[in-house]
Design a binder for this molecule. Sequence first.
Ligand code: SF4
Ligand code: SF4
Length: 379
Amino acid sequence: MGDTPAVLRRSDFDALLQALRRRDYTIVGPTIRDGAIVYDEIEQTTDLPIGWTDEQEAGRYRLARRTDDALFGYAVGPQSWKQYQLPAEVTVWRARVDERGALTRVQLPETSSPRYAFLGARSCELHAMGILDRVLLGGSHPDRADRARTEDVFVIAVQCAVAGGTCFCVSMGTGPVAERGFDLALTEVIDDSHHYFHVEVGSERGADLLGDVPHEPADARQREAADAVHARTAAQMGREMDTTDIKSLLYRNLEHPRWDEVADRCLTCGNCTMVCPTCFCTTVEDVTDLTGEHVERHQRWDSCFTVDYSHIHGGAVRGSTRSRYRQWMTHKLATWYDQFGSSGCVGCGRCITWCPVGIDITEELRAIRADEGGADARD
Ligand code: SF4
Ligand code: SF4
């Protein structure tokens, strides 16, 4: 947009939420539930995880107290905005069954949804939302329901001020600084005597909202402070992934012995796919009530780690753990390029943190790369 960056005082943060509510937005943002920072509807600033951070390592996630009252002083939680783009379960249609057993009065559910404002989206998450939109809306059969759920979303990005122990967005070119895809982008700055948000405007409606909230132009010192937050976060990445020639690397190593090693540890629980902001596998299930007169078709998240997911006539194509892990990782990092024109991974680190046995996608790739020269499955 090119608007001059502004500064929003911490004491005026509630005014920002009120301005969103006056525009009839349902605000979804970070809040604490069940020992984790999740996304849910919020009403006021005190619903945010004030003074909390997250500690993340492979197979480990803990909340911890910060020494300040940061509103957004954490990296990312187990949930992503995927739950709004592609809810975990939706009813596709409902119908009655008549006395001849035929479906009658088939009804499609309402596709309207609240007018959402997403507060606290990270740079990697904006990239993930764009990738998932390309998947769900870009083909010849776009998901009408996804469009209805998210096309009018007001996005307030918050630049990461701490990197998680499993983050590697810098390697993937997806962060830590959000550069587009938002209406407003906030950088939270806290020092001994100040607590404010450096605000960048990304759209006309972002400028309109900011105009409704007390703010002032950012001065040079405040801009430098925001830049320092971005640089510090980029230097804190817990992981990195060398993406050089990544697609060919994986295609050359489809029979690498590392797939057997990772299969010895993998539980095929599917957690990595559930928490991934771009994984989109679904299945459908038809259910009847006890009378057998009412039928509903439900679409539910599924995972390439289940045996059934690759079941075709004659059995499952991916019967082994080895083949299922290989399918997941090579789809994310290689075949996704062929299918959708980009990586399927944005480096958020969730699959590493939430894997119960701590399998680390960056470590698996590093092991294969280090051992290049093994059997070439394409020869
Ligand atoms: S890699 Fe980890 S999270 Fe993914 S299926 Fe295997 S054990 Fe579960
Ligand atoms: S593959 Fe792992 S690190 Fe990459 S986007 Fe998915 S959850 Fe995040």
